[in-house]
Design a protein around this ligand. Structure first.
Ligand code: FMN
Ligand code: ATP
Length: 273
């Protein structure tokens, strides 16, 4: 913290292309100051760290929300005594009732305040809440374009019904906490198992298993061979394939999954893994 000369400030859930435009203005001693709202579900916990080489410092919203502009700048100066430059976005607001903006920062901070202009994609302003909305309608491609990387979730391996490997296709079942799950359905995905370095082409299902026991599941079938998952896996979403459906027999479900596998295989074939 003592060496930090530049910082960027925000919630930064998702670390999307708008956020990255701010990080591009930091120097190599730059620090990202994450205001933790408790609502981050695109990159919860420490997952933001995957998408930057900059150091991240976390501030709890409850510890700063009552501050006025002076109080906020003072806190930053105490935390970062060598601070020379603050980078924020065009719509940055802070303090009580979010009533202060970059103008207040400019007035109070005796250094440089860089305001990054609005980053848009296809003429649409990029924001975390829009990425959440896209995931909730299964628009993976749209969400990934806003993110600048594939949306991914991490989960702990749990036991499934045991039906997959016997009568259908073997899947890794996951308990996913803290991450927003995309809409129920079937997805072309890449799955990373335990601490493996590379990702396997896969097809994943999210939803209530309305054709079998009705329970909710997040499961991934690996296309390039049956693998053992000990502890955890990560699913990186590439495309939406179809909605969750109720099939009248296991045989019909199996036929549908066969088609999903073929579709995912085709879609993922040309990806560099
Ligand atoms: C690619 C794929 C697609 C699936 N699609 C559906 C579906 O549309 N409807 C459904 O009820 N279950 C679907 N399932 C879930 C199956 O019901 C589930 O794999 C099966 O119940 C075996 O579960 P197990 O791994 O817990 O044994 C799908 C699973 C996979 C891997
Ligand atoms: N599209 C964007 N273009 C430029 N700056 C942005 C953009 N989106 C966010 N920022 C800036 O990034 C910082 C973090 O913002 P914030 O965490 O509120 O992101 P957000 O995507 O707007 O989130 P939400 O959708 O929840 O409001 C702020 O300084 C903000 O002004």
């Amino acid at each position: 913290m003592n060496k930090t000369t530049t910082i960027s400030i925000g919630g930064f859930d998702g670390m999307h292309i708008g956020h990255q435009a701010l990080f591009d203005k930091l120097d190599d001693k730059g620090t990202i100051v994450v205001i933790e709202t408790g609502y981050a579900n695109l990159t919860p916990d420490r997952f933001r760290e995957r998408y930057t080489t900059h150091r991240i410092v976390y501030l709890k919203l409850d510890d700063i929300r009552h501050l006025d502009a002076k109080g906020f700048v003072n806190l930053l100066k105490v935390k970062f005594p060598k601070l020379k430059k603050i980078v924020v976005g065009y719509d940055f607001h802070f303090g009580k009732d979010r009533k202060y903006s970059y103008d207040d920062l400019k007035n109070i901070f005796k250094g440089e305040v860089v305001v990054v202009e609005e980053v848009k994609h296809n003429n649409d302003s990029v924001h975390s809440h829009k990425i959440r909305a896209k995931l909730q309608i299964g628009d993976i491609k749209g969400a990934n374009e806003f993110l600048g990387h594939n949306y991914m979730v991490v989960g702990k391996r749990i036991d499934g019904q045991g039906l997959g490997s016997k009568e259908l296709f073997a899947t890794i079942n996951l308990d996913v906490k803290d991450f927003l799950l995309p809409k129920e359905g079937v997805y072309a995905t890449l799955t990373r198992i335990d601490d493996e370095e590379h990702y396997h082409p896969s097809v994943s299902f999210i939803g209530h298993r309305v054709s079998t026991d009705g329970t909710f599941a997040v499961e991934s079938h690996i296309l390039d061979g049956e693998l053992t998952c000990k502890d955890k896996a990560e699913i990186s979403f590439v495309d939406f394939i179809r909605n969750n459906e109720k099939f009248d027999s296991i045989q019909e479900l199996k036929e549908a999954i066969k088609k999903d596998i073929a579709k995912a295989g085709k879609e993922l074939k040309f990806l560099q893994l």
